[in-house]
Design a protein around this ligand. Structure first.
Ligand code: CO8
Length: 258
């Protein structure tokens, strides 16, 4: 499918989705958000795709929501159209793993979009921030909630109240990103991680994603019970038999996602 604001490439069962409004530092306008939703939903439905990598450009993953497009909205406009709400809820329902590969600025909605992904691999040039406070607003797609869960209250407050940016080293130290790599290695590293995920049994991949996400939604006791039930259920799969037999026979497993 031809898009105007994103580029989608499929390589070895991985969909690489690139935000592509370089002149506006990939600011998230309505067209881009709509196309991204479509591409993610298509990738989720496509049996040939087993993992998704979401990236931007060298200078910016995304510099936030499109300020020009938002600037004239009233409260009633935002409330009535549920500004960003429905689209973003749909992003969080994608069942396949999504890796954010972040180079340059990931600000405001860009930082929030990266946090909606399952994990973030950052280039050493990455800069994360929630500078909405400078515009007289606050984060709108989860920044106050997700950033706080990633980095704790003190740093999240600092970021949201001062609007300062966090570099890649600080983001890794704080637990916001899973790894930092030289900028030139960002896409190869993210694609290699995605291919590694794609090799696994997709039943257990989905179960792992659901169980980790549960940690953000419930109590420890409920989360542990959820994990235990999924763990037990996976013994009903052919892939569990194959995975364990392959280990014992000292060979690579041939998973069939069954
Ligand atoms: N919206 C629209 N255009 C933008 C945005 C943006 N967020 N960011 C950059 N641009 C445009 C600039 O206007 C400029 O365009 P032009 O050349 O036509 O003037 C072009 O991109 C290049 O930008 P700069 O000249 O400013 O580049 P610099 O290298 O000098 O600065 C910065 C880079 C620091 C990233 C700077 O552009 C900046 O501060 N951008 C705004 C960052 C920001 O405030 N982001 C938060 C936006 S609000 C938000 O995200 C609310 C979240 C709600 C949910 C979102 C769901 C999708």
């Amino acid at each position: 499918m031809a898009y105007e604001t994103i580029i989608v490439e499929i390589e070895d069962s991985v969909a690489l989705i690139r935000l592509n409004r370089p002149d506006a530092l990939n600011a998230l306008n309505a067209a881009l958000i709509g196309e991204l939703g479509q591409a993610l939903a298509d990738a989720d439905r496509n049996d040939k795709i087993r993992c998704i990598v979401l990236t931007g450009g060298e200078k910016a993953f995304a510099a936030g929501a499109d300020i020009k497009e938002m600037s004239t909205k009233t409260f009633v406009d935002a409330y009535d159209e549920d500004l960003f709400g429905a689209h973003v809820d749909a992003f969080t329902r994608i069942r396949k793993p999504i890796i954010a590969a972040v180079s340059g600025y990931a600000l405001g909605g860009g930082c929030e979009l990266a946090m909606i992904c399952d994990f973030i691999i950052a280039a050493d040039t990455a800069k994360f921030g929630q500078p909405e406070i400078n515009l007289g607003i606050i984060a709108g797609i989860g920044g106050t909630q997700r950033l706080t869960r990633f980095v704790g209250k003190s740093k999240a407050m600092d970021m949201h109240l001062t609007g300062r940016f966090m570099d890649a080293a600080e983001a890794e130290r704080s637990g916001l990103v899973s790894r930092v790599v030289p900028a030139a290695k960002l896409i190869p590293e993210a694609m290699a991680a995605a291919r590694k995920i794609a090799e696994k049994s997709q039943v257990s991949i989905k179960a792992a994603k659901e169980a980790v996400n549960r940690a953000f939604e419930t109590t420890l006791a409920e989360g542990l019970l959820f994990e235990r039930r999924s763990f037990h259920a996976l013994f009903a799969t052919e892939d569990q038999k194959e995975g364990m037999a392959a280990f014992l026979e000292k060979r690579e497993p041939q998973f069939r996602d069954r």
